[in-house]
Design a binder for this molecule. Structure first.
Ligand code: SAT
Ligand code: MN
Length: 602
Protein backbone atom coordinates (compact mmCIF):
# COMPACT_ATOMS: atom_id res chain seq x y z
CA UNK A 1 0.00 0.00 0.00
CA UNK A 2 1.31 3.42 -0.96
CA UNK A 3 1.25 6.07 1.80
CA UNK A 4 2.19 9.76 1.44
CA UNK A 5 3.94 9.47 4.84
CA UNK A 6 4.58 6.37 6.94
CA UNK A 7 1.66 5.79 9.27
CA UNK A 8 3.87 5.31 12.35
CA UNK A 9 5.56 8.62 11.65
CA UNK A 10 2.27 10.46 11.21
CA UNK A 11 0.75 9.37 14.52
CA UNK A 12 1.76 7.48 17.63
CA UNK A 13 -1.87 6.99 18.67
CA UNK A 14 -2.24 3.21 18.76
CA UNK A 15 -6.03 3.20 18.57
CA UNK A 16 -5.85 5.42 15.52
CA UNK A 17 -3.19 3.30 13.81
CA UNK A 18 -5.19 0.15 14.42
CA UNK A 19 -8.44 1.71 13.18
CA UNK A 20 -6.82 3.03 10.00
CA UNK A 21 -5.24 -0.36 9.27
CA UNK A 22 -8.61 -2.06 9.69
CA UNK A 23 -10.33 0.36 7.32
CA UNK A 24 -7.61 -0.09 4.71
CA UNK A 25 -8.13 -3.85 4.87
CA UNK A 26 -11.89 -3.35 4.56
CA UNK A 27 -12.06 -0.67 1.85
CA UNK A 28 -8.95 -1.61 -0.14
CA UNK A 29 -8.01 1.77 -1.57
CA UNK A 30 -5.18 2.02 -4.07
CA UNK A 31 -3.30 4.54 -1.93
CA UNK A 32 -3.56 6.33 1.41
CA UNK A 33 -3.14 10.02 2.09
CA UNK A 34 -2.71 10.98 5.74
CA UNK A 35 -3.73 14.64 5.99
CA UNK A 36 -1.55 17.25 7.67
CA UNK A 37 -4.01 20.10 7.17
CA UNK A 38 -1.46 22.42 5.56
CA UNK A 39 -2.27 25.07 2.96
CA UNK A 40 0.05 23.23 0.55
CA UNK A 41 -1.96 20.06 0.96
CA UNK A 42 -5.19 21.95 0.25
CA UNK A 43 -3.71 23.57 -2.86
CA UNK A 44 -2.29 20.31 -4.15
CA UNK A 45 -5.63 18.52 -3.86
CA UNK A 46 -7.48 21.47 -5.37
CA UNK A 47 -5.08 21.46 -8.34
CA UNK A 48 -5.54 17.73 -8.85
CA UNK A 49 -9.30 18.17 -8.81
CA UNK A 50 -9.00 21.08 -11.25
CA UNK A 51 -6.89 18.98 -13.60
CA UNK A 52 -9.56 16.27 -13.41
CA UNK A 53 -12.23 18.83 -14.35
CA UNK A 54 -14.07 18.51 -11.03
CA UNK A 55 -13.25 22.01 -9.81
CA UNK A 56 -13.39 25.13 -11.95
CA UNK A 57 -11.13 27.94 -10.66
CA UNK A 58 -12.97 31.27 -10.45
CA UNK A 59 -11.45 34.29 -12.18
CA UNK A 60 -13.14 36.94 -10.04
CA UNK A 61 -12.45 35.34 -6.67
CA UNK A 62 -8.87 34.42 -5.78
CA UNK A 63 -8.26 30.84 -4.66
CA UNK A 64 -11.92 29.96 -5.16
CA UNK A 65 -13.55 27.12 -7.04
CA UNK A 66 -16.90 26.09 -8.43
CA UNK A 67 -18.16 22.54 -8.71
CA UNK A 68 -21.45 20.82 -9.27
CA UNK A 69 -22.73 17.50 -8.05
CA UNK A 70 -24.62 14.56 -9.36
CA UNK A 71 -28.26 15.77 -9.57
CA UNK A 72 -29.21 12.96 -7.18
CA UNK A 73 -26.81 14.14 -4.51
CA UNK A 74 -27.79 17.67 -3.55
CA UNK A 75 -28.97 17.66 0.08
CA UNK A 76 -29.15 15.76 3.33
CA UNK A 77 -31.03 12.48 3.04
CA UNK A 78 -33.08 12.11 6.19
CA UNK A 79 -34.80 8.91 5.10
CA UNK A 80 -31.38 7.22 4.84
CA UNK A 81 -30.07 8.57 8.15
CA UNK A 82 -30.13 6.09 11.03
CA UNK A 83 -29.56 5.99 14.76
CA UNK A 84 -28.37 2.51 15.68
CA UNK A 85 -28.83 2.36 19.44
CA UNK A 86 -29.22 -1.00 21.16
CA UNK A 87 -32.88 -0.32 21.89
CA UNK A 88 -35.24 1.33 19.41
CA UNK A 89 -36.83 3.42 22.18
CA UNK A 90 -33.48 5.11 22.78
CA UNK A 91 -33.46 6.43 19.22
CA UNK A 92 -37.00 7.71 19.72
CA UNK A 93 -39.94 8.03 17.35
CA UNK A 94 -38.37 10.99 15.53
CA UNK A 95 -35.38 8.96 14.29
CA UNK A 96 -35.03 6.07 11.89
CA UNK A 97 -33.70 3.23 14.00
CA UNK A 98 -31.78 0.15 12.92
CA UNK A 99 -30.49 -2.72 15.01
CA UNK A 100 -26.75 -2.07 15.48
CA UNK A 101 -25.66 -5.63 14.70
CA UNK A 102 -27.75 -5.77 11.52
CA UNK A 103 -26.60 -2.34 10.43
CA UNK A 104 -22.95 -3.27 11.05
CA UNK A 105 -23.41 -6.33 8.87
CA UNK A 106 -24.88 -4.23 6.10
CA UNK A 107 -22.15 -1.62 6.43
CA UNK A 108 -19.39 -4.22 6.30
CA UNK A 109 -20.72 -5.49 3.02
CA UNK A 110 -21.21 -1.98 1.60
CA UNK A 111 -17.71 -0.82 2.58
CA UNK A 112 -15.94 -4.02 1.51
CA UNK A 113 -13.56 -3.03 -1.32
CA UNK A 114 -15.56 0.20 -1.84
CA UNK A 115 -12.44 2.36 -2.34
CA UNK A 116 -10.84 0.27 -5.07
CA UNK A 117 -9.08 2.51 -7.55
CA UNK A 118 -9.29 5.50 -5.21
CA UNK A 119 -7.16 7.29 -2.65
CA UNK A 120 -8.20 6.95 0.96
CA UNK A 121 -7.80 10.22 2.85
CA UNK A 122 -7.46 10.21 6.63
CA UNK A 123 -8.64 13.48 8.17
CA UNK A 124 -8.09 14.13 11.88
CA UNK A 125 -10.17 17.14 12.91
CA UNK A 126 -10.96 19.05 16.04
CA UNK A 127 -14.45 20.39 16.69
CA UNK A 128 -14.07 23.49 18.86
CA UNK A 129 -11.15 25.82 19.59
CA UNK A 130 -7.85 23.94 19.90
CA UNK A 131 -7.27 25.33 23.38
CA UNK A 132 -10.72 24.35 24.65
CA UNK A 133 -11.37 21.46 26.99
CA UNK A 134 -14.86 21.28 25.46
CA UNK A 135 -13.47 20.40 22.02
CA UNK A 136 -13.69 16.88 20.58
CA UNK A 137 -11.51 15.17 18.05
CA UNK A 138 -12.92 13.08 15.27
CA UNK A 139 -11.13 11.27 12.47
CA UNK A 140 -12.85 10.94 9.13
CA UNK A 141 -11.68 8.42 6.59
CA UNK A 142 -13.01 9.25 3.14
CA UNK A 143 -12.39 8.56 -0.54
CA UNK A 144 -13.61 12.03 -1.52
CA UNK A 145 -11.01 14.77 -2.05
CA UNK A 146 -13.94 17.24 -2.06
CA UNK A 147 -14.62 16.22 1.54
CA UNK A 148 -10.96 16.86 2.44
CA UNK A 149 -11.15 20.45 1.12
CA UNK A 150 -14.42 21.12 2.91
CA UNK A 151 -13.19 19.62 6.18
CA UNK A 152 -10.05 21.79 5.98
CA UNK A 153 -12.29 24.88 5.83
CA UNK A 154 -14.98 23.74 8.26
CA UNK A 155 -12.79 22.34 11.07
CA UNK A 156 -9.37 22.62 12.70
CA UNK A 157 -7.91 19.84 10.62
CA UNK A 158 -4.68 17.85 10.33
CA UNK A 159 -1.59 18.01 12.54
CA UNK A 160 -3.24 20.47 14.99
CA UNK A 161 -6.01 17.95 15.63
CA UNK A 162 -3.51 15.09 16.08
CA UNK A 163 -1.64 17.24 18.60
CA UNK A 164 -4.87 17.98 20.46
CA UNK A 165 -5.75 14.28 20.44
CA UNK A 166 -2.46 12.88 21.73
CA UNK A 167 -2.98 9.22 22.63
CA UNK A 168 -6.64 9.65 23.58
CA UNK A 169 -9.66 7.99 21.94
CA UNK A 170 -11.34 9.80 19.05
CA UNK A 171 -14.71 9.65 17.31
CA UNK A 172 -14.27 7.56 14.16
CA UNK A 173 -16.17 8.32 10.98
CA UNK A 174 -15.89 6.17 7.89
CA UNK A 175 -17.12 7.73 4.66
CA UNK A 176 -17.19 6.57 1.08
CA UNK A 177 -18.91 7.89 -2.02
CA UNK A 178 -19.61 4.21 -2.69
CA UNK A 179 -18.32 4.11 -6.23
CA UNK A 180 -15.21 1.91 -6.60
CA UNK A 181 -13.29 2.14 -9.86
CA UNK A 182 -12.29 -0.94 -11.74
CA UNK A 183 -9.01 -1.00 -13.67
CA UNK A 184 -9.02 1.59 -16.44
CA UNK A 185 -12.51 2.86 -15.55
CA UNK A 186 -12.85 6.61 -15.95
CA UNK A 187 -14.18 8.42 -12.91
CA UNK A 188 -17.27 10.60 -13.09
CA UNK A 189 -17.15 14.25 -12.00
CA UNK A 190 -19.22 13.54 -8.89
CA UNK A 191 -19.02 9.88 -7.94
CA UNK A 192 -21.75 8.77 -5.56
CA UNK A 193 -24.18 5.91 -5.07
CA UNK A 194 -27.72 7.23 -4.49
CA UNK A 195 -29.22 3.72 -4.48
CA UNK A 196 -27.16 2.57 -1.52
CA UNK A 197 -27.05 5.63 0.68
CA UNK A 198 -26.69 5.08 4.42
CA UNK A 199 -25.70 7.55 7.11
CA UNK A 200 -25.48 5.53 10.31
CA UNK A 201 -24.69 6.60 13.86
CA UNK A 202 -23.82 4.29 16.73
CA UNK A 203 -24.51 6.42 19.80
CA UNK A 204 -23.29 3.83 22.31
CA UNK A 205 -19.90 3.23 20.69
CA UNK A 206 -19.83 6.81 19.33
CA UNK A 207 -19.04 6.07 15.72
CA UNK A 208 -20.28 7.23 12.33
CA UNK A 209 -20.54 5.48 8.95
CA UNK A 210 -21.62 7.27 5.79
CA UNK A 211 -21.95 5.63 2.41
CA UNK A 212 -23.11 6.75 -1.03
CA UNK A 213 -23.31 10.55 -0.78
CA UNK A 214 -20.60 13.19 -1.12
CA UNK A 215 -22.76 16.18 -0.19
CA UNK A 216 -22.77 18.48 2.83
CA UNK A 217 -24.05 17.08 6.09
CA UNK A 218 -24.11 13.55 4.62
CA UNK A 219 -20.37 13.55 4.00
CA UNK A 220 -18.70 16.22 6.16
CA UNK A 221 -18.94 14.07 9.24
CA UNK A 222 -17.79 16.71 11.72
CA UNK A 223 -20.91 18.76 11.17
CA UNK A 224 -24.32 17.15 11.69
CA UNK A 225 -23.08 13.62 12.43
CA UNK A 226 -20.47 14.41 15.10
CA UNK A 227 -21.22 17.95 16.32
CA UNK A 228 -24.97 17.32 16.58
CA UNK A 229 -26.06 13.66 16.55
CA UNK A 230 -23.15 12.12 18.46
CA UNK A 231 -22.48 15.27 20.52
CA UNK A 232 -26.13 15.46 21.61
CA UNK A 233 -25.66 12.02 23.19
CA UNK A 234 -22.40 13.09 24.83
CA UNK A 235 -24.14 16.23 26.09
CA UNK A 236 -26.99 14.23 27.57
CA UNK A 237 -24.56 11.85 29.34
CA UNK A 238 -22.18 14.57 30.49
CA UNK A 239 -24.58 17.42 31.30
CA UNK A 240 -24.24 19.87 28.42
CA UNK A 241 -26.10 20.81 25.23
CA UNK A 242 -25.20 20.30 21.54
CA UNK A 243 -27.58 22.50 19.59
CA UNK A 244 -28.47 23.54 16.05
CA UNK A 245 -27.91 27.21 16.88
CA UNK A 246 -26.07 30.24 15.57
CA UNK A 247 -24.31 32.46 18.13
CA UNK A 248 -23.95 36.23 17.88
CA UNK A 249 -22.62 39.08 20.01
CA UNK A 250 -24.86 42.17 20.21
CA UNK A 251 -23.41 45.46 21.41
CA UNK A 252 -25.56 48.39 22.54
CA UNK A 253 -24.59 51.87 21.25
CA UNK A 254 -23.40 52.63 24.80
CA UNK A 255 -21.06 49.64 24.74
CA UNK A 256 -22.74 46.85 26.74
CA UNK A 257 -22.52 43.49 24.99
CA UNK A 258 -24.65 40.36 25.24
CA UNK A 259 -24.51 37.04 23.41
CA UNK A 260 -27.53 35.39 21.84
CA UNK A 261 -27.98 31.82 20.57
CA UNK A 262 -30.72 31.02 18.07
CA UNK A 263 -32.10 27.76 16.71
CA UNK A 264 -33.75 27.75 13.29
CA UNK A 265 -34.16 24.77 10.98
CA UNK A 266 -31.75 24.42 8.05
CA UNK A 267 -32.07 27.15 5.41
CA UNK A 268 -34.22 29.40 7.62
CA UNK A 269 -31.73 32.23 8.08
CA UNK A 270 -29.27 31.34 10.85
CA UNK A 271 -26.34 32.54 8.73
CA UNK A 272 -28.11 35.78 7.85
CA UNK A 273 -28.96 36.45 11.49
CA UNK A 274 -25.43 35.61 12.68
CA UNK A 275 -23.94 38.14 10.25
CA UNK A 276 -26.63 40.78 10.48
CA UNK A 277 -25.88 44.38 9.48
CA UNK A 278 -28.02 46.44 11.88
CA UNK A 279 -30.33 49.05 10.37
CA UNK A 280 -30.43 50.83 13.74
CA UNK A 281 -27.51 53.24 14.19
CA UNK A 282 -24.91 52.45 16.83
CA UNK A 283 -25.78 48.76 17.27
CA UNK A 284 -23.13 46.19 16.48
CA UNK A 285 -23.38 42.48 15.70
CA UNK A 286 -20.47 40.05 15.76
CA UNK A 287 -20.63 36.50 14.49
CA UNK A 288 -19.49 33.66 16.75
CA UNK A 289 -21.10 30.84 14.77
CA UNK A 290 -23.79 30.24 12.17
CA UNK A 291 -24.97 26.65 12.68
CA UNK A 292 -23.96 24.80 15.84
CA UNK A 293 -23.52 25.70 19.52
CA UNK A 294 -22.11 23.52 22.29
CA UNK A 295 -23.27 24.94 25.59
CA UNK A 296 -21.90 24.19 29.06
CA UNK A 297 -22.73 25.51 32.47
CA UNK A 298 -19.77 27.54 33.75
CA UNK A 299 -18.50 27.76 37.32
CA UNK A 300 -20.53 30.94 37.75
CA UNK A 301 -23.77 29.10 36.95
CA UNK A 302 -24.19 30.74 33.56
CA UNK A 303 -24.56 29.03 30.19
CA UNK A 304 -21.50 29.35 27.91
CA UNK A 305 -21.43 28.52 24.20
CA UNK A 306 -18.64 27.57 21.84
CA UNK A 307 -18.94 27.16 18.09
CA UNK A 308 -17.42 23.75 17.31
CA UNK A 309 -16.96 24.68 13.65
CA UNK A 310 -14.32 26.80 11.94
CA UNK A 311 -16.21 27.67 8.78
CA UNK A 312 -19.58 28.28 7.18
CA UNK A 313 -21.40 25.91 4.84
CA UNK A 314 -23.99 28.49 3.87
CA UNK A 315 -26.95 28.53 1.50
CA UNK A 316 -26.07 30.66 -1.55
CA UNK A 317 -29.46 31.54 -3.10
CA UNK A 318 -30.91 34.69 -1.59
CA UNK A 319 -27.52 35.89 -0.34
CA UNK A 320 -26.81 39.39 -1.66
CA UNK A 321 -25.26 42.73 -0.70
CA UNK A 322 -28.72 43.72 0.42
CA UNK A 323 -29.63 40.67 2.50
CA UNK A 324 -26.20 39.73 3.87
CA UNK A 325 -23.31 42.01 2.87
CA UNK A 326 -21.02 40.40 5.45
CA UNK A 327 -21.50 36.98 3.87
CA UNK A 328 -20.85 38.50 0.42
CA UNK A 329 -17.56 39.96 1.69
CA UNK A 330 -16.68 36.70 3.40
CA UNK A 331 -16.90 34.77 0.12
CA UNK A 332 -14.84 37.14 -2.03
CA UNK A 333 -11.87 34.77 -1.97
CA UNK A 334 -10.76 31.30 -0.75
CA UNK A 335 -14.26 29.89 -1.12
CA UNK A 336 -15.68 26.67 -2.52
CA UNK A 337 -19.00 26.94 -4.31
CA UNK A 338 -21.14 23.88 -4.87
CA UNK A 339 -24.16 23.76 -7.20
CA UNK A 340 -24.43 27.50 -7.82
CA UNK A 341 -24.54 28.66 -11.44
CA UNK A 342 -21.31 29.64 -13.24
CA UNK A 343 -21.00 32.78 -15.38
CA UNK A 344 -19.14 32.80 -18.72
CA UNK A 345 -16.41 34.97 -17.18
CA UNK A 346 -15.94 32.37 -14.43
CA UNK A 347 -17.77 33.83 -11.51
CA UNK A 348 -20.67 32.39 -9.56
CA UNK A 349 -24.32 33.45 -9.80
CA UNK A 350 -27.49 32.46 -8.00
CA UNK A 351 -31.11 33.50 -7.71
CA UNK A 352 -31.33 36.47 -5.36
CA UNK A 353 -27.68 37.53 -5.71
CA UNK A 354 -28.92 41.00 -6.57
CA UNK A 355 -28.06 41.17 -10.28
CA UNK A 356 -29.88 39.76 -13.30
CA UNK A 357 -28.57 36.49 -14.70
CA UNK A 358 -25.87 37.12 -17.31
CA UNK A 359 -26.25 35.58 -20.76
CA UNK A 360 -24.72 32.14 -21.32
CA UNK A 361 -24.93 31.05 -17.73
CA UNK A 362 -23.94 27.48 -16.88
CA UNK A 363 -26.56 26.03 -14.55
CA UNK A 364 -25.80 23.91 -11.48
CA UNK A 365 -26.31 20.92 -13.76
CA UNK A 366 -23.20 21.93 -15.69
CA UNK A 367 -25.06 22.74 -18.90
CA UNK A 368 -26.10 26.01 -20.56
CA UNK A 369 -29.00 27.43 -18.57
CA UNK A 370 -32.22 28.12 -20.45
CA UNK A 371 -34.03 31.05 -18.77
CA UNK A 372 -37.24 29.95 -20.51
CA UNK A 373 -37.10 26.63 -18.65
CA UNK A 374 -38.33 28.49 -15.51
CA UNK A 375 -35.98 26.26 -13.55
CA UNK A 376 -33.48 27.90 -11.22
CA UNK A 377 -29.92 28.25 -12.51
CA UNK A 378 -28.51 27.57 -9.04
CA UNK A 379 -29.80 24.66 -7.00
CA UNK A 380 -31.93 25.98 -4.08
CA UNK A 381 -29.56 24.14 -1.71
CA UNK A 382 -26.38 25.34 -3.42
CA UNK A 383 -23.73 26.30 -0.92
CA UNK A 384 -20.54 28.19 -0.20
CA UNK A 385 -17.87 26.73 2.06
CA UNK A 386 -15.65 29.35 3.62
CA UNK A 387 -13.47 29.92 6.67
CA UNK A 388 -15.21 31.82 9.47
CA UNK A 389 -12.04 33.91 9.85
CA UNK A 390 -12.87 35.65 6.57
CA UNK A 391 -16.08 37.11 7.94
CA UNK A 392 -15.60 40.87 8.42
CA UNK A 393 -17.60 40.72 11.64
CA UNK A 394 -16.11 37.46 12.98
CA UNK A 395 -16.04 37.71 16.75
CA UNK A 396 -12.64 37.31 18.42
CA UNK A 397 -14.57 35.22 20.96
CA UNK A 398 -14.83 32.49 18.29
CA UNK A 399 -11.49 31.21 19.61
CA UNK A 400 -12.32 31.64 23.31
CA UNK A 401 -11.79 28.21 24.91
CA UNK A 402 -14.48 28.94 27.53
CA UNK A 403 -17.05 30.19 25.05
CA UNK A 404 -19.38 33.16 25.42
CA UNK A 405 -22.07 33.65 28.10
CA UNK A 406 -25.52 33.32 26.57
CA UNK A 407 -28.12 35.87 27.70
CA UNK A 408 -30.97 34.84 25.40
CA UNK A 409 -31.99 31.80 23.39
CA UNK A 410 -34.23 32.19 20.34
CA UNK A 411 -36.33 29.59 18.58
CA UNK A 412 -37.66 30.39 15.14
CA UNK A 413 -39.22 28.74 12.15
CA UNK A 414 -41.01 29.59 8.95
CA UNK A 415 -44.61 30.16 9.97
CA UNK A 416 -46.82 32.22 7.69
CA UNK A 417 -49.42 32.55 10.44
CA UNK A 418 -49.99 31.92 14.16
CA UNK A 419 -46.56 32.74 15.63
CA UNK A 420 -45.98 36.42 16.39
CA UNK A 421 -42.83 38.32 15.43
CA UNK A 422 -41.43 37.81 18.92
CA UNK A 423 -42.57 36.27 22.17
CA UNK A 424 -40.81 35.90 25.52
CA UNK A 425 -41.36 32.82 27.65
CA UNK A 426 -42.65 33.10 31.22
CA UNK A 427 -40.01 30.74 32.58
CA UNK A 428 -37.29 28.27 31.58
CA UNK A 429 -39.80 25.41 31.39
CA UNK A 430 -42.19 27.47 29.30
CA UNK A 431 -39.22 28.33 27.08
CA UNK A 432 -38.41 24.63 26.70
CA UNK A 433 -41.99 24.17 25.57
CA UNK A 434 -41.52 26.94 23.00
CA UNK A 435 -38.48 25.02 21.72
CA UNK A 436 -40.38 21.74 21.67
CA UNK A 437 -43.24 23.48 19.80
CA UNK A 438 -41.05 24.75 16.97
CA UNK A 439 -42.82 24.05 13.70
CA UNK A 440 -41.53 25.15 10.33
CA UNK A 441 -41.96 24.77 6.60
CA UNK A 442 -39.53 22.27 5.06
CA UNK A 443 -36.70 23.66 2.92
CA UNK A 444 -34.36 22.44 0.19
CA UNK A 445 -31.66 21.59 2.78
CA UNK A 446 -33.11 18.10 3.00
CA UNK A 447 -34.29 15.84 0.18
CA UNK A 448 -38.07 15.83 -0.16
CA UNK A 449 -40.94 18.23 -0.59
CA UNK A 450 -40.39 21.85 0.41
CA UNK A 451 -42.87 24.27 1.98
CA UNK A 452 -44.66 21.67 4.12
CA UNK A 453 -45.27 22.47 7.76
CA UNK A 454 -43.61 19.99 10.09
CA UNK A 455 -42.72 19.78 13.75
CA UNK A 456 -39.03 20.48 14.18
CA UNK A 457 -38.49 20.75 17.93
CA UNK A 458 -35.48 22.92 18.79
CA UNK A 459 -34.67 22.75 15.04
CA UNK A 460 -33.13 19.40 16.04
CA UNK A 461 -35.58 16.95 14.48
CA UNK A 462 -33.01 15.55 12.01
CA UNK A 463 -30.07 16.01 14.36
CA UNK A 464 -30.90 14.65 17.80
CA UNK A 465 -29.04 11.37 18.29
CA UNK A 466 -31.42 9.97 20.90
CA UNK A 467 -35.07 9.92 21.98
CA UNK A 468 -36.37 13.45 21.76
CA UNK A 469 -38.56 12.88 24.82
CA UNK A 470 -35.34 12.38 26.82
CA UNK A 471 -33.87 15.40 25.08
CA UNK A 472 -36.73 17.58 26.39
CA UNK A 473 -36.10 16.19 29.90
CA UNK A 474 -32.42 17.03 29.51
CA UNK A 475 -33.31 20.64 28.69
CA UNK A 476 -35.53 20.80 31.78
CA UNK A 477 -32.70 19.35 33.89
CA UNK A 478 -30.24 21.91 32.51
CA UNK A 479 -32.67 24.64 33.59
CA UNK A 480 -32.65 23.29 37.14
CA UNK A 481 -28.85 23.43 37.20
CA UNK A 482 -28.56 26.96 35.81
CA UNK A 483 -28.42 29.74 38.37
CA UNK A 484 -31.88 31.30 38.19
CA UNK A 485 -30.67 34.89 37.99
CA UNK A 486 -28.34 34.01 35.10
CA UNK A 487 -30.38 31.52 33.11
CA UNK A 488 -30.81 32.76 29.54
CA UNK A 489 -34.30 34.04 28.74
CA UNK A 490 -36.02 32.12 26.01
CA UNK A 491 -37.81 33.65 23.01
CA UNK A 492 -39.74 32.53 20.01
CA UNK A 493 -39.32 34.60 16.85
CA UNK A 494 -40.93 34.47 13.43
CA UNK A 495 -39.62 36.56 10.54
CA UNK A 496 -41.82 34.75 8.03
CA UNK A 497 -45.40 35.84 8.74
CA UNK A 498 -47.33 36.78 5.63
CA UNK A 499 -50.32 39.04 5.00
CA UNK A 500 -53.45 38.23 3.04
CA UNK A 501 -51.54 39.00 -0.16
CA UNK A 502 -49.00 36.26 0.69
CA UNK A 503 -46.21 38.80 1.09
CA UNK A 504 -43.90 38.84 4.10
CA UNK A 505 -45.05 41.34 6.73
CA UNK A 506 -41.60 41.85 8.21
CA UNK A 507 -38.56 43.02 6.22
CA UNK A 508 -36.20 40.68 8.08
CA UNK A 509 -32.40 40.63 7.59
CA UNK A 510 -30.79 43.85 8.97
CA UNK A 511 -34.12 44.96 10.40
CA UNK A 512 -34.15 41.94 12.69
CA UNK A 513 -31.89 44.04 14.91
CA UNK A 514 -35.11 45.80 15.98
CA UNK A 515 -36.24 42.55 17.57
CA UNK A 516 -32.77 41.89 18.99
CA UNK A 517 -32.83 45.39 20.51
CA UNK A 518 -36.09 44.58 22.32
CA UNK A 519 -34.58 41.32 23.56
CA UNK A 520 -31.47 43.22 24.72
CA UNK A 521 -33.68 45.65 26.64
CA UNK A 522 -35.61 42.78 28.21
CA UNK A 523 -32.59 40.79 29.37
CA UNK A 524 -30.91 43.93 30.74
CA UNK A 525 -34.14 44.92 32.54
CA UNK A 526 -34.61 48.08 30.56
CA UNK A 527 -38.21 47.55 29.48
CA UNK A 528 -41.53 46.14 30.58
CA UNK A 529 -43.43 43.59 28.53
CA UNK A 530 -47.12 42.93 28.12
CA UNK A 531 -48.88 39.77 29.24
CA UNK A 532 -50.64 37.51 26.78
CA UNK A 533 -51.90 33.93 27.07
CA UNK A 534 -48.96 32.69 25.02
CA UNK A 535 -46.14 34.64 26.69
CA UNK A 536 -44.73 38.11 27.19
CA UNK A 537 -45.19 40.37 24.17
CA UNK A 538 -43.63 43.76 23.45
CA UNK A 539 -45.69 46.72 24.70
CA UNK A 540 -47.03 49.11 22.10
CA UNK A 541 -44.11 51.21 20.86
CA UNK A 542 -41.34 49.15 22.42
CA UNK A 543 -40.12 47.66 19.14
CA UNK A 544 -38.02 50.42 17.57
CA UNK A 545 -39.59 51.14 14.18
CA UNK A 546 -37.64 54.31 13.39
CA UNK A 547 -37.18 54.79 9.64
CA UNK A 548 -39.34 51.78 8.94
CA UNK A 549 -42.77 52.39 7.59
CA UNK A 550 -44.72 49.23 8.28
CA UNK A 551 -47.71 48.45 10.47
CA UNK A 552 -46.58 46.32 13.41
CA UNK A 553 -49.99 45.08 14.58
CA UNK A 554 -50.44 42.31 11.97
CA UNK A 555 -47.16 40.78 13.14
CA UNK A 556 -48.65 40.26 16.59
CA UNK A 557 -52.18 39.34 15.63
CA UNK A 558 -53.33 36.34 17.67
CA UNK A 559 -56.50 34.35 17.14
CA UNK A 560 -57.94 32.15 19.85
CA UNK A 561 -59.18 29.58 17.36
CA UNK A 562 -55.79 29.24 15.67
CA UNK A 563 -54.11 28.82 19.02
CA UNK A 564 -56.61 26.19 20.13
CA UNK A 565 -55.73 24.25 16.99
CA UNK A 566 -52.06 24.81 17.65
CA UNK A 567 -52.38 23.41 21.18
CA UNK A 568 -54.32 20.39 19.95
CA UNK A 569 -51.73 19.67 17.30
CA UNK A 570 -48.90 20.05 19.84
CA UNK A 571 -50.68 17.72 22.26
CA UNK A 572 -50.90 15.08 19.53
CA UNK A 573 -47.24 15.55 18.68
CA UNK A 574 -46.06 15.51 22.29
CA UNK A 575 -48.07 12.34 22.95
CA UNK A 576 -46.20 10.60 20.14
CA UNK A 577 -43.23 10.38 22.55
CA UNK A 578 -45.31 8.29 24.94
CA UNK A 579 -43.94 7.85 28.44
CA UNK A 580 -40.63 9.44 27.45
CA UNK A 581 -42.33 12.83 27.19
CA UNK A 582 -41.68 14.80 30.41
CA UNK A 583 -44.75 15.46 32.50
CA UNK A 584 -43.56 18.98 33.37
CA UNK A 585 -43.72 19.89 29.70
CA UNK A 586 -47.19 18.44 29.23
CA UNK A 587 -48.20 20.51 32.27
CA UNK A 588 -46.85 23.59 30.49
CA UNK A 589 -48.98 22.77 27.48
CA UNK A 590 -52.08 22.30 29.63
CA UNK A 591 -51.48 25.62 31.33
CA UNK A 592 -51.19 27.23 27.91
CA UNK A 593 -54.44 25.56 26.91
CA UNK A 594 -56.19 26.93 29.99
CA UNK A 595 -54.90 30.43 29.34
CA UNK A 596 -56.13 30.20 25.76
CA UNK A 597 -59.54 28.94 26.82
CA UNK A 598 -59.91 31.89 29.19
CA UNK A 599 -58.77 34.37 26.59
CA UNK A 600 -61.10 36.97 25.05
CA UNK A 601 -60.50 37.28 21.32
CA UNK A 602 -60.86 40.90 20.24
O1 SAT B 1 -26.59 19.38 6.78
S1 SAT B 1 -25.98 20.34 5.86
O2 SAT B 1 -24.67 20.69 6.35
O3 SAT B 1 -25.92 19.77 4.51
C1 SAT B 1 -26.91 21.75 5.80
C2 SAT B 1 -28.01 21.81 6.76
O4 SAT B 1 -28.99 21.10 6.59
O5 SAT B 1 -27.95 22.59 7.72
MN1 MN C 1 -27.67 23.50 9.89
Amino acid sequence: MEFNVPLAQWTKNRLLIQWIEEQIALCQPSSVHLCDGSAEEYDRIAHQMTAAGVLVPLKKRPASYWCHTNPDDVARVEESTFICSKHAEDAGPQNHWRDPAEMKKKLLSLFARCMRGRTMYVIPYCMGPLASSYSRVGVEITDSPYVVLNMKIMTRMGQVALDHLGDQPFIPGLHSVGHPLSKGEKDTLWPCNPKERVIAHFPEEKSIYSFGSGYGGNALLGKKCLALRIASVLGKNEGWLAEHMMILGLTHPAGQKIYIAAAFPSACGKTNLAMLTPTLPGWKVECVGDDIAWMHIGDDGRLYAINPEAGFFGVAPGTSMKTNPNAMRTIEHDTLFTNTALTPDKDVWWEGIGSPPPAHLTSWLGVMWDPASRKPAAHPNSRFTVSAKQCPIASPAMEDPCGVPIAAILFGGRRNRVMPLVLESFSWNHGVMLGASLTSETTAAAKGKTGELRHDPFAMLPFCGYNMGDYFSHWLAMGRRLQKAHAPRIYSVNWFRTGDDGKFLWPGFGDNVRVLKWIFERVTDRCEAGLSPIGHLPMMGSIDLSNLNIPIEPLFELHQKEWMNEVQELQRFFESFGSRFPKALMDELHQLEQRINRWQDD
